[in-house]
Design a protein around this ligand. Structure first.
Ligand code: 3NM
Ligand code: MG
Length: 531
């Protein structure tokens, strides 16, 4: 029988590894249970077996797969695939050439190819494979890797090559139920081309209950496939049409919600601004927890409404805590606000930022022109220490829109005019006062305030879980943070008792605490851009 290749479902692709079975677990029992749990396609990967045993294993496995109408592929061995009359093969870069395998196998056989570079993908397209396996996306214990880990950003770049080809793609390497949602959200091209599925070995094979392990993965996959077009960039629960009125009404609603929700906001921030960050968090109606110890990160994730990560006085020893905190926040669908302070200043900071953004999904990234330019890898804006040099981007609105698309989150660009985009809508805000530039860490306290509103938004009563990686409306929350700080700054600067930066900071905290929705409505200077 030949299968219609267009109908292959790559959603949950099991690659076997019999050496990983738990003690006393029968291979065929494990295979059948994993299919019952939701595996949609199976590859037998046997590196040690003699040919006759491999053929026997394939024949027996095929009986089980046929029972559930699941395609069966063989890793590397075209002869075994032919002998067992299975549905196709999966080839590595040093296995038989695709063209030769195609000549030997029956018409309509599935041929997949392992790819770990963009040039492998280009080559796979020329060779007209049916699907590619992209790996390793994360670190894995299951296979000795011969090339570096790709990371989710790298997978996205490879998916971009496949646009318009009809070739399907799965990612492989270290994928499990903890990192799966992050993997799916991160592995997306700029044009929203997502994975067709994921290939998993140990998370299923090593489980004593492979049915349950597969079901857990499958639920996440199906939910993502249903929603990703809507929720990768836009985590909105309210009206999708952005106007000045809808922004103001969303912001003022959040200002109320934060006072009901009183979210705890976990902040891993720098030692310069720690106290004032905690104070502004309280002033806007949230509660701060300033903690950096890696072993308490998971516990804090559970009780907190959101996480702020600020690398201002980062040391290598802080990296582990930031990694764990962001990962647990992702798993629990709590917002992660990232402030890459001074990322352009040193290669240490650049490497930290790259590592963190590959590990977890941020919901909001906030920075000045120099920081965001460094993060995006453009030389349009220079930075000096933690400050930008020069006036910024030629077209800032377009820049933040594009960065939001690339990082798949809301991006806030601070400056004389602030720009905020979710990759679809972009607003610019023209509030603020020059005294905000004359105290240290006004950017950092903005991060704390944005994190507070993101936490409030994700805890609001009217939010339902939509299958995305965050709950709540991160775009409105980011705008709320910027508006509240800049308008409070204007009001503080006008006070008679404010004589300069020293008296400005306490006045700012007072204004943040007393700011009303009416003041925001009256004073906000918002422009909505349709790019
Ligand atoms: N191929 P696990 S990684 C078989 O990068 C395989 O091509 C990889 O196992 C590649 O899900 C890998 O247990 C092992 O991490 C994946
Ligand atoms: Mg091989």
């Amino acid at each position: 029988t030949t299968r219609n290749m267009k109908n292959i479902d790559y959603t949950l692709y099991l690659v076997t590894g019999r050496n990983l079975l738990p003690p006393n677990k029968d291979f065929f029992e494990s295979l059948e249970e994993s299919i019952q749990g939701g595996v949609t396609i199976v590859q037998l990967r046997e590196k040690e077996l003699d040919t006759s045993e491999f053929v026997e294993l394939a024949v027996k496995s095929k009986i089980i797969c046929d029972k559930y109408n699941i395609p069966l592929l063989i890793n590397d061995r075209v002869d075994v695939a032919l002998a067992a009359n299975v549905d196709g093969v999966h080839l590595g870069q040093s296995d038989m050439a695709v063209k030769r395998a195609r000549e030997l196998l029956p018409h309509g056989s599935i041929i997949g190819l392992s790819c770990n570079t963009v040039s492998h993908v280009k080559d796979a397209i020329k060779q007209k494979v049916d699907y590619i396996g992209i790996g390793a996306v994360w670190g894995t214990q299951t296979k000795k890797l011969t090339s570096p880990i790709i990371g989710v950003h790298g997978v996205g770049d490879m998916l971009a090559e496949l646009e318009g080809t009809g070739i399907e793609a799965v990612a492989i390497g270290g994928i499990n139920s903890i990192n799966l949602l992050r993997t799916l959200h991160g592995c997306v091209s700029l044009k929203n081309r997502a994975l067709d599925g994921v290939a998993v070995v140990s998370d299923i094979m090593a489980s004593p209950d492979p049915r349950c392990a597969s079901r857990k993965l499958k639920d996440i996959l199906v939910n993502f496939q249903r929603h990703h077009k809507f929720y990768c960039l836009r985590h909105r629960g309210r009206s999708d049409v952005v106007t000045v009125d809808s922004v103001v009404s969303g912001v003022t609603q959040l200002m109320n919600e934060i006072k009901n929700a009183r979210p705890l906001v976990h902040q891993i921030t720098n030692t310069v601004v720690s106290t004032q960050s905690a104070n502004v968090t309280l002033a806007v109606g949230a509660s701060p927890i300033m903690a950096t110890e890696p072993s308490e990160m998971q516990d804090l994730s559970r009780v907190c409404g959101g996480l702020l990560v600020n690398i201002g006085t980062m040391r290598a020893e802080n990296l582990e805590g930031m990694m764990i905190a962001g990962t647990s926040a992702n798993v629990l669908k709590k917002p992660v606000i990232f402030d890459p302070v001074g990322v352009g200043a040193s290669s240490f900071r650049k490497d930290c930022v790259k590592g963190l953004l590959n590990k977890w999904q941020a919901s909001v990234i906030k920075g000045n022109a120099g920081e965001l330019a460094a993060l995006a890898g453009t030389t349009e804006v220079e930075s000096k220490g933690v400050d930008s040099v020069g006036s910024g981007f030629k077209n800032p609105a377009e820049f933040v829109r594009n960065l939001a698309r690339r990082e798949r989150c809301v991006v806030v660009l601070t400056g004389p005019i602030d720009y905020i985009s979710d990759g679809i809508s972009t607003v610019s805000l023209d509030n603020g006062h020059e005294l905000l530039e004359r105290i240290t860490g006004s950017g950092c306290i903005l991060g704390s305030i944005v994190a507070s509103y993101c936490a409030a938004s994700s805890q609001a009563d009217n939010i339902t879980d939509n299958g995305g990686i965050f709950r709540g409306d991160m775009f409105t929350a980011a705008i709320a943070g910027v508006l509240v700080l800049t308008i409070a700054g204007e009001l503080a600067a006008k006070r008679h008792d404010v004589k300069g930066p020293g008296s400005f900071l306490p006045a700012l905290i007072d204004e943040l605490a007393s700011l009303t929705a009416d003041q925001v409505r009256e004073l906000s200077k918002i422009t909505v851009k349709h790019l």
